[in-house]
Design a protein around this ligand. Structure first.
Ligand SMILES: Cc1ncc(COP(=O)(O)O)c(C=O)c1O
Length: 390
């Protein structure tokens, strides 16, 4: 039977990247004592009253169709959030609600690029970005985020990657998997290139609330960048609520007008009871994000403390997020060999760095979303693994 080329274009981007994770889940289901440090799922529940609000809302009959843009109470809360940040005026017309950042990114990319266009992405990159770009028909152009610059995009690297086909630069700060955070100055350094080349900036801000070191800065606050920026985000990380699938895109009014029919075609609106819960979540500071921030920073330090004296590997303390990268270059193993061997020999599941781009190929990524005790146990198993390599 006939299939569209998109099925081929995305063929190796889905489960291939998560093969170690999927194997680990299989082993766990069969009773094995695998320590799973692969994906970034918050290990804390959402605040109780957010769940109560969902139930209350469903019981109150908020189970019908919504409209394509989003429920008015949620649009109001999002307007209040972004009005404080943005250098362009923000009204409800600058916002579109989606089930999570992932769909917001998908719709945004579909709306901005197509075959023949190029999208520049900082490498290392979040694992689904390549699929999102390829699904639109555009070509992904990775630009290195160099370790010597703390994985922050440099203007000279960006400039080299721009061609007449470039339409969008996709950035993610705080960054997964490196945990780097772009400052106001970092955005200032690259702003001119966006104007000169008439580029869009798609800014994935899903880890905004999980910064240990440094301050969050959105390109929406920069006067040159704001008119050409689309922010995508959600409550998945900030409120430990990934399963609720509640996110949004914020951008220029024209972008929203152009993208709304696409969103309506994809979704026919999202769930009013999820909107009610999200509106409540955004009406106050997130207590759970403070707890996660404290725990993830402590756990990253714990890993650094326990692994920095282990020969041939080097943990890199992140400034934000849910992950830590470990440099494994000196083991002379590829990241994929390292991850599979570690799983098979010591029952510790980590992500091979190359799931996050070429620049991450000499790293493994460990998730910080398990209790300290278990992380310590994982560190001991990793030390033993390295000893046995000799
Ligand atoms: C950088 C980044 N963007 C987007 C997502 C997906 O977020 P959501 O659950 O809002 O779709 C993730 C999830 O891990 C992520 O790390």
């Amino acid at each position: 039977m006939h299939y569209a080329s998109v099925t081929n274009n995305l063929k190796n981007l889905g489960s291939e990247k998560w093969a170690v994770h999927l194997k680990a889940r299989e082993l766990i289901a069969a009773g094995s004592e695998v320590i799973e440090l692969t994906i970034g799922e918050p290990d804390m529940p959402p605040e109780d009253d957010l769940i109560d609000e969902c139930i209350r809302s469903m019981q109150a009959g908020r189970t019908k169709y919504s409209n394509g843009r989003g429920e008015s109470n949620l649009l109001l809360k999002l307007k209040q959030k972004y009005v404080k940040v943005s250098n362009i005026p923000i009204t409800e017309e600058n916002i579109l609600c989606f089930p999570g950042t992932q769909t917001a990114l998908y719709a945004t990319m579909r709306s901005l690029v197509e075959q023949g266009d190029e999208v520049i992405v900082g490498d290392p990159l979040y694992a689904t970005y390549e699929g999102i770009i390829r699904a639109s028909g555009a070509t992904m152009v990775p630009v290195p985020l160099r370790r010597e610059y703390n994985f922050i995009l440099q203007a000279h690297d960006l400039e080299k990657a721009i061609t007449p086909r470039t339409k969008v630069v996709l950035l993610n700060s705080p960054h997964n998997p490196t945990g780097s955070v772009m400052s106001k100055q970092d955005f200032l350094n690259i702003a001119k290139l966006f104007v000169q080349n008439d580029l869009w900036l798609v800014s994935d801000e899903v880890y905004e609330d999980l910064i240990f070191e440094g301050e969050f800065y959105s390109p929406l606050s920069n006067e040159k960048l704001a008119p050409r920026t689309v922010v995508v985000s959600s409550i998945s990380k900030s409120h430990a609520a990934p399963g609720f699938r509640s996110g949004w895109a914020v951008g220029p009014r024209e972008f929203c007008i152009k993208t709304l029919p696409l969103s309506e075609t994809m979704l026919f609106g999202s769930q009013p009871f999820i909107a009610d819960m999200t509106a409540l979540a955004l009406s106050r500071p997130s207590k759970v994000s403070i707890k996660m921030k404290i725990a993830y920073e402590r756990r990253a330090k714990l890993i650094c403390h326990n692994l920095q004296s282990v020969e041939h590997i080097n943990p890199l303390m992140p400034n934000a997020g849910m992950f830590i990268l470990i440099d494994i270059e000196k083991t002379n193993l590829t990241c994929s060999n390292f991850a599979w061997k570690l799983l098979n020999e010591q029952l510790v599941a980590v992500m091979p760095g190359d799931s996050f781009g070429h620049q991450a190929r000499s790293f493994i990524r460990m998730s910080l979303t398990v209790p300290d005790k278990l992380l310590l146990k994982a560190c001991n198993r990793i030390s033993l693994f390295i000893k046995n390599l000799k």
